[in-house]
Design a protein around this ligand. Structure first.
Ligand SMILES: Nc1ncnc2c1ncn2[C@@H]1O[C@H](COP(=O)(O)OP(=O)(O)OP(=O)(O)O)[C@@H](O)[C@H]1O
Ligand SMILES: [Mg+2]
Length: 183
């Protein structure tokens, strides 16, 4: 149903709700090993044991506005549909780490979708949060760390349109260059 990029957006929004100051998004795509993984790590408030045990259950949520939390269960479903799995690790006061795996060439494996857009939305709407975006595609890898970008910006807000335009360009140029490149 959903592209992986939309799942990533959902999962990263959980990190922001959990008051994380740093969110790491790591994608590995290895066509030779027929493997793909998506990892989202944060340094937010973490989950207690009960919450952690129920995190992949669609009928469990700490939200009060709605009865079912769907972000994690839907990602879990997407992983399992493509012969993959999900693991959720969390520690109170330390943070949370969610890792999903997929069989790369599985017919039901969700496409990555517009990951540039996901990263841009996250960075634009959360200028005070640090984001690391890492994408390993076979032998190539891409890295974007807003901590480093902010240092270079010397006080200019990271969500200034011109800065966002440069970041967007950087991600999409790399993606276009390495699209469908089997090495
Ligand atoms: N990164 C995180 N850090 C701390 N707690 C988290 C994190 N991610 C999820 N949780 C907890 O797990 C619950 C379930 O998350 P999930 O994304 O599945 O549903 P939701 O966020 O409650 O609702 P929805 O995503 O459907 O809007 C959340 O309500 C929250 O309490
Ligand atoms: Mg959520």
């Amino acid at each position: 149903m959903e592209d992986l990029s939309l799942h990533i957006l959902d999962i990263a929004e959980n990190c922001i709700t959990a008051q994380a100051s740093r969110v790491e998004i790591k994608i590995v795509e290895d066509s030779r090993a027929n493997f793909m993984s998506v990892e989202v790590n944060d340094n937010g408030k973490g989950m207690d044991k009960e919450l952690l045990e129920n995190a992949t259950d669609p009928f469990y949520t700490t939200r009060t506005t709605r009865k079912v939390g769907l972000g994690i269960p839907l990602l879990a479903q997407s992983a399992r549909e493509s012969n993959g799995d999900i693991s959720v690790k969390s520690e109170i006061g330390k943070g949370t780490s969610i890792r999903t795996t997929f069989q790369y060439d599985h017919i039901d494996r969700r496409p990555l979708g517009d990951i540039t857009q996901t990263m841009i939305i996250l960075i634009m709407s959360n200028p005070d949060i640090d984001f690391l975006f890492e994408y390993k595609k076979n032998d190539n890898s891409y890295n974007l760390d807003t901590t480093e970008i902010k240092q270079d910006l010397d006080g200019i807000p990271i969500n200034e349109p011109e800065v966002i335009r440069i970041i967007k360009n950087d991600i999409s140029t790399w993606l276009n260059t390495h699209d469908n490149m089997i090495k």
